[in-house]
Ligand binder design. Structure first.
Ligand SMILES: *Cc1c(COP(=O)(O)O)cnc(C)c1O
Length: 372
């Protein structure tokens, strides 16, 4: 048997990620591969750092892209910042908060959970109470935009509480970066990671990451080395910085980094505020159409993510059947419910390039016809 080339169909991706890629980003991906220590490549990486600083709204010197998906960015934060015995307050209001707990425990830390209902944001009052009763806590970890439920938490308020109790923050901004306001310096967040394939509309497999000076200082004070060699950021830093003394750590995913550079140039040219507004506008358009179809949102209006719309599946409708029809007839992917919302909700993504009227119209028309 001879296996031929793989040609995927042209789908429209409106799930929880990956999102549709900007055509310019796909073009950037196919440019010639050059050596990852080539001076021209190093120049590109320096620009990439500046572009990431803009996207994160930070001056943090430690701002890079981890050569692996968002989950590796999450792991990079925990393995570097959590030392054995460290107490970490972990907020859980969906799937990703629970992964944070697993990370803490695998690092030998002690996770103290703050639980909120699925579909609700993290409640800062509960965080405050937990900080009061655990004065020895070192870190507060939370998900800014919970992709499993579509809820947005108040990162600024939670970070302020953490600071008042001398705790660092680890923030999951995988779905928030580029889609809703995320102000790393103004909100004084310490370790923030994201993903390339959500609101940046870049190819999957890279995780933007930024550490504050306080976070870097905690890493430098570590008594025990980070147990992961690949994710030990003190080693990676030598690769991403240091004029003239850049050394080999691992082979950078050269072409994927071209793609991220291009996606961030597009974001810079559009302007962050405009990108946030575009996501919001697309969400309002989608909301209006869904309401006309009698479809209800999981999250209440004040805490809804524009880029991830979790909606209840109408009574008597076969979840899998509808998603199959959307995929086969309309080449349209929407997301299934996850965890507690499996079989009960759909997750309609309006991320990055997908946050456009054309996409909203396609999705509404396809849903309306299919539901009939
Ligand atoms: C997608 C996502 C992740 C994981 O990112 P991967 O690139 O799939 O590893 C983590 N947290 C949140 C909130 C996400 O939406």
């Amino acid at each position: 048997m001879t296996i031929g080339s793989f040609y995927p169909p042209q789908r429209t991706l409106m799930g929880p990620g990956p999102s549709d890629i900007y055509p310019q980003v796909l073009q950037a991906l196919s440019r010639p591969t050059i050596g990852h220590l080539d001076p021209l490549f190093i120049g590109m990486m320096d620009e990439l750092k500046q572009l990431l600083q803009y996207a994160f709204q930070t001056q943090n010197t430690f701002t890079i892209a981890v050569s692996a998906p968002g989950s590796a960015g999450m792991e990079a934060c925990f393995v570097n910042l959590v030392e054995p015995g460290d107490k970490v307050i972990v907020c859980r209001n969906g799937v990703f908060g629970d992964r944070m707990r697993e990370n803490v425990e695998r690092c030998g830390g002690v996770a103290v959970m703050v639980d909120n209902n699925w579909g609700e944001p993290v409640d800062p009052t509960l965080v405050a109470q937990t900080l009061e009763s655990h004065p020895d806590a070192k870190i507060v970890a939370f998900v800014h935009a919970e992709t499993s439920t579509g809820a947005l938490s108040d990162a600024q308020a939670i970070a302020k509480l953490a600071r008042e109790h001398d705790c660092l923050t680890i923030v999951d901004a995988v779905t928030s970066l580029g889609g809703v306001p995320l102000l790393v310096d103004e909100w004084q967040l310490d370790a923030v990671y994201s993903g390339s394939q959500k609101c940046l509309s870049c190819v999957p497999g890279l995780s933007p990451l930024t550490f504050s000076e306080k976070a870097v200082a905690k890493i430098q004070r570590r008594q025990v080395p980070v147990q992961s060699w690949f994710l030990d950021q003190s080693l990676v830093l030598g690769y991403w910085s240091g004029e003239g003394k850049r050394s080999y750590h691992h082979t950078a995913p050269v072409n994927s980094l071209y793609a991220l550079h291009e996606a961030l140039v597009l974001l810079q040219n559009e302007g962050l505020e405009n990108a946030w507004k575009r996501h919001k506008d697309a969400h309002l358009e989608l909301r209006e159409g869904l309401e006309q179809l009698g479809i209800e949102f999981v999250v209440d209006e004040a805490h809804r993510l524009p880029q991830l719309n979790a909606v209840y599946i109408p009574d008597g409708i076969d979840d899998a059947e509808v998603r199959k029809t959307l995929l086969e007839r309309y080449n349209l992917e929407i997301g299934a419910g996850l965890g507690a919302l499996a079989g009960k909700a759909w997750r309609i993504g309006l991320m990055g390039y997908a946050a456009r009227s054309e996409n909203v119209a396609l999705c509404l028309r396809a849903l309306e016809t299919t539901l009939k």
